[in-house]
Design a protein around this ligand. Structure first.
Ligand SMILES: Cc1cc2nc3c(=O)[nH]c(=O)nc-3n(C[C@H](O)[C@H](O)[C@H](O)COP(=O)(O)OP(=O)(O)OC[C@H]3O[C@@H](n4cnc5c(N)ncnc54)[C@H](O)[C@@H]3O)c2cc1C
Length: 422
């Protein structure tokens, strides 16, 4: 009996796939069908790179919304520093340039045995490989009284779109001297610097238009990402305006009362004029209901291929997955999506298998002329994804470097959204 080396086995498997694909085309059969569910950052990137990397496949992207609004840079919109339209992206280029079939529909069920996805419209899409990038949902019952109705009064604005506009409108209507309360979630959550960047940019808006207003952050944690950089920025730009209360002071947020815009912690009740409640998070509903999550509420995946460890033939990328040390960020979702697309292409067509280059880079605004950044490269070690190298902006760097980071951030937004949707 022949003992295969891993390399021989990989080549043989790829050769078998390639032969199967050739046989399909020789018989005039359809190309391999890849369905991608979720047209956010992870899903749009994986669809585009699959279409590019594996010419012999049909890619269908399922996304209910006709336009995607980026969460990143939405805090600039809240501060009146960017228009809503500038955060909005359509799917025309993905359809036209890369021949991706875009279906504006929602996936309601997955049958891993029968290899089909059922859509809200009733259509059943058969697939050879399925990729899910459905993003996040909020954990039920972690804050008493916070439900969909409460979110219409105390918006989370953590899935950009109508919620972001609602929060902007409330901030504009708030009286000078009012209190804006941000409830910051426990780990792990989408965008670790996000709540604090939001406080910074709203403070900039208040300083200009409502100078007597105050911002209170009620945190579920005792420390937060880039805390020294944020607190230094708050002292320099908005002295006395932002107060941060860690969980050890309040005991954590327990409940809200939308009627009075009150937020109840273990030790005290706070009244807000505008409340931004960002609850604890988990993988989106579809991943939960398809049995793709584990006890953590997130989806476990093979860190090389982003294939689910619970169901073969189904891959997941983006905020919904557990990806070792990688944060839940758009950059990370895009980086995972490319690794996943190349792994699927290699498996289906025998194309060269690239080692995954997993990376994260993030620009964070402390003010309109003051941005900091972090850049992290990752490596595969001990069966998971670990930090290989890390860079952070420094506390002591001067105003010119921070202003330069603002310009770099703007260039990054254009290049990144083009890489994803263009
Ligand atoms: C305020 C804020 C600021 C941020 N700033 C940054 C930043 O500066 N840099 C950065 O890198 N990241 C940032 N992020 C994080 C970033 O937005 C997310 O990490 C990123 O969007 C995750 O991509 P995703 O594809 O996993 O999910 P999403 O982008 O949320 O996409 C999920 C998509 O799936 C669709 N979907 C869900 N269920 C279904 C279904 N059943 N059928 C079909 N489609 C479905 C949804 O409609 C959605 O379009 C920020 C986030 C916030 C909230």
């Amino acid at each position: 009996m022949k003992c295969w080396t891993r390399r021989e086995f990989g080549c043989a498997a790829a050769a078998t796939c390639l032969a199967a694909l050739r046989l399909r085309s020789a018989r005039g059969q359809a190309k391999a069908r890849i369905v991608v569910v979720g047209g956010g950052i992870g899903g749009a990137t994986v669809a585009k790179y699959l279409a590019l990397a594996a010419g012999a496949v049909d890619v269908t992207l399922v996304e209910p919304k006709r336009y995607y609004t980026t969460c990143f840079f939405s805090n600039l919109y809240l501060a009146g520093l960017r228009s809503f339209a500038s955060l909005t992206h359509g799917y025309e280029a993905l359809a036209r340039r890369y021949r991706i079939t875009v279906r504006h529909d929602a996936a309601t069920a997955i049958d891993p045995g029968g290899q089909t996805v059922t859509l809200e419209s009733g259509t059943k899409l058969p697939y050879d490989r399925l990729v899910l990038a459905p993003g996040i949902a909020f954990k039920d019952g972690t804050i008493d009284g916070y439900d969909d109705a409460a979110a219409r009064i105390m918006p989370h604005a953590w899935m950009a779109g109508a919620q972001t506009k609602l929060l902007r409108g409330q901030l504009q209507e708030m009286k000078d001297g009012g209190v804006f309360v941000v409830v910051a979630p426990p780990e792990p959550f989408r965008c670790p610097p996000g709540p604090y960047e939001r406080a910074s940019l709203v403070a900039h808006y208040f300083k200009r238009y409502k100078p007597r207003a105050k911002i209170l952050i009620l945190d579920a944690k005792d420390t937060f990402f880039e805390q020294d950089l944020f607190q230094d920025g708050w002292n320099r730009h908005y002295p006395g305006m932002i107060e941060w209360l860690p969980a050890q002071f309040t005991g954590g947020v327990r409940a809200v009362d939308p009627k009075t815009r009150s937020i109840v912690t273990a030790s005290e009740t706070f009244r807000a004029d505008v409340a931004n409640v960002i609850p604890a998070q988990k993988a989106a509903q579809l991943a939960q209901q398809a049995g793709l999550t584990d006890g953590s509420g997130w989806c476990p995946v093979n860190p090389l291929t982003f294939e689910s460890t619970l169901y073969r033939g189904i891959h997941l990328v983006g905020d919904a997955v557990t990806a070792g040390d990688m944060p839940k960020s758009a950059y990370a979702a895009n980086s995972q999506a490319k690794a996943c697309a190349f792994a699927i292409a290699a498996a289906l067509t025998g194309a060269e298998r690239f080692p995954a280059h997993l990376f994260n880079m993030c620009f964070t605004f402390l003010g309109p002329e003051d941005a900091v950044s972090d850049a992290i490269s990752f490596k595969l070690a001990e069966g998971t994804i670990k930090i290989a190298d890390i860079f952070f902006s420094k506390l002591e760097e001067g105003a010119a470097i921070r202003a330069q980071a603002v310009r770099q951030a703007s260039g990054w937004y254009d290049a990144f959204t083009h890489d994803t949707f263009g």
